[in-house]
Write a protein that binds this ligand. Structure first.
Ligand SMILES: CC(=O)[C@@H](O)[C@H](O)COP(=O)(O)O
Ligand SMILES: NCC(=O)COP(=O)(O)O
Length: 254
């Protein structure tokens, strides 16, 4: 497909506010408030808010999810492990979307995508329960065509491609690995979109690395958190969101 006949639909920015809660929890205080940060991010141009309620509650807590659901006027993307506890919270909260992610208690951050082939029997009933409640389900996965096939077979309408390996290569300045990882993301996005999946992406993206991913026309939403909260220390959260939005829009221009 040439740039002339490629459709560049609006690329949504979901701002992940987990690490506002990380700072709050570091002192056991009630500030900074993740909901206040979410509302500020929306004012600055976020199309949605993402929050990951980890099983160990290391950052976002149950009360944050309830408050976000109460106060937000944009979609809430609830990141969760595929456990009965988290499904029950999602069913009680009814966020716009639930993104199923793999979770290991000892990991520093989400290390890889869901094992949707080996985990099919575990995932299928949970996807069904969420979908029947009207919650749009996405699966956080490695960018591989075979995984797109498995996601489509599971009936999930959305996948979020894990961009962590690409971002690690970008930080290392390793051009060969950057090209390899971008090619993986591109192939997966094309294949997944061809199967009718809505394609999202995220993890580790920064204002410097977001461009080549934002440029992929199949990608409809990026979820970005850590780098935005880090940039906010220097330029403020509203400016960090505006800078990210601008970097995405520049890359999206055909
Ligand atoms: C699923 C994903 O990539 C991120 O939302 C990440 O898992 C957030 O979790 P941490 O903020 O704990 O790294
Ligand atoms: N799903 C990815 C996400 O929400 C944000 O990840 P990160 O930018 O905090 O690494």
């Amino acid at each position: 497909m040439t740039p002339e006949n490629t459709t560049f639909e609006k690329l949504r920015l979901g701002v992940n506010i987990d690490h506002v809660a990380t700072v709050r929890n570091a002192r056991g205080e009630h500030y900074p408030d993740p909901v206040r940060a979410a509302l500020l991010a929306v004012e600055a141009g976020a199309d949605g808010i993402t929050a990951h309620l980890r099983e160990d509650r290391r950052h976002i807590r149950d009360a944050d999810i309830a408050a976000l659901k109460r106060d937000l006027t944009v979609p809430l993307n609830f990141e969760m492990a595929a456990t009965d506890e988290m499904v029950a919270i999602a069913l009680a909260t009814r966020p716009h979307a639930a993104c199923l992610v793999p979770e290991k208690r000892a990991e520093r951050t989400t290390e890889g995508g869901l094992d949707i082939v080996g985990g099919r029997a575990h995932l299928a009933p949970r996807i069904t329960a969420l979908a029947e409640a009207g919650i749009r389900v996405s699966l956080f996965v490695e960018p591989e065509p075979a995984i797109m096939e498995a996601a489509a077979a599971l009936g999930a309408p959305v996948v979020e491609l894990h961009t962590g390996s690409y971002c690690e290569a970008a930080v290392a300045g390793d051009d060969g690995r950057i090209a390899h990882e971008l090619a993986r993301i591109t192939r997966a996005a094309q294949h997944g979109a061809g199967l009718g999946l809505e394609i999202h992406a995220g993890h580790g993206l920064t204002v410097d690395s977001v461009g080549p991913v934002a440029a992929l026309p199949q990608i409809r939403e990026l979820n970005i958190g850590h780098a935005l909260i880090a940039d906010a220390i220097f330029v403020g959260l509203a400016q960090a969101v505006r800078d990210m939005r601008a970097a995405m829009d520049r890359a999206r221009r055909p």
